[in-house]
Design a protein around this ligand. Sequence first.
Ligand code: SAH
Length: 253
Amino acid sequence: MLERIRIVLIGTSHPGNIGGVARAMHNMGLAELALVAPRCEVITQDSISRASGADHLLHQASVHATLEEAVADCTLAVGASARSRTLPWPMLSPRELAGRLPAECQPEGARVALVFGREDSGLTNAELQRCHAHVHIPTNADFSSLNLAAAVQVLAYECRMAWLNQADGQADAPSVAPVSDGEELATHAELERYFEHLERTLIGIDFHDPDQPRQLMARLRRLYLRARPERMEMNILRGILSATEKATHRKPS
Ligand code: SAH
């Protein structure tokens, strides 16, 4: 999926921003960068330093005279815009866009372009009207324009999350329980006291051998942490441990 997503930058004027975009893309596993009429050198000290090791994307970037040329083979083009425009266009949030990507990228010849504008003036209306939809990153209404590389980072992250969610095996990962309402949760320190007590008790009843731990305590930790015990439940569990210790002391050896 990620290999079918192209980042298109129109009229970028700072090499450092192109480098920052390359870094953001490579961090999130995107690899196709297309530059439309850049207003600066692409390979400079600044762009290479901002790319921080992702400069191969700068060297591989394609350069085009027009947006039409850069997206000619694309089946979906989405323009990223900080401002709302007078003629309303289909609008997506970054997450809605990400939700569509698995299906959009599915067909063999599918190519998705995410199009970003100039640092000083963004995308023109004509450019936005060449896109199927617009995406706006929700921001403080009084300060809505992100740095170009930061905007690419946000959308690239959403692409990666969509890809991860559809990847196999995700469903197998244990998840943490949501906070239960009303009751006070046990604190970290209370849980740690409980784990110490539990380990002591399990050694005392010969269930746990610290010389052959077999990840027992790690597995038990994972179980209890996943359950998010409340303070009251923690007290019950500690009470059970104390009773267990008492009972084993009473037992004739
Ligand atoms: N000053 C410009 C914005 C330039 S920021 C303007 O007012 O339009 C450079 C590019 O980053 C924008 O063209 C857009 O593609 C992207 N960008 C910045 N902030 C964004 C936001 N909040 N939502 C979507 N894209 C954004």
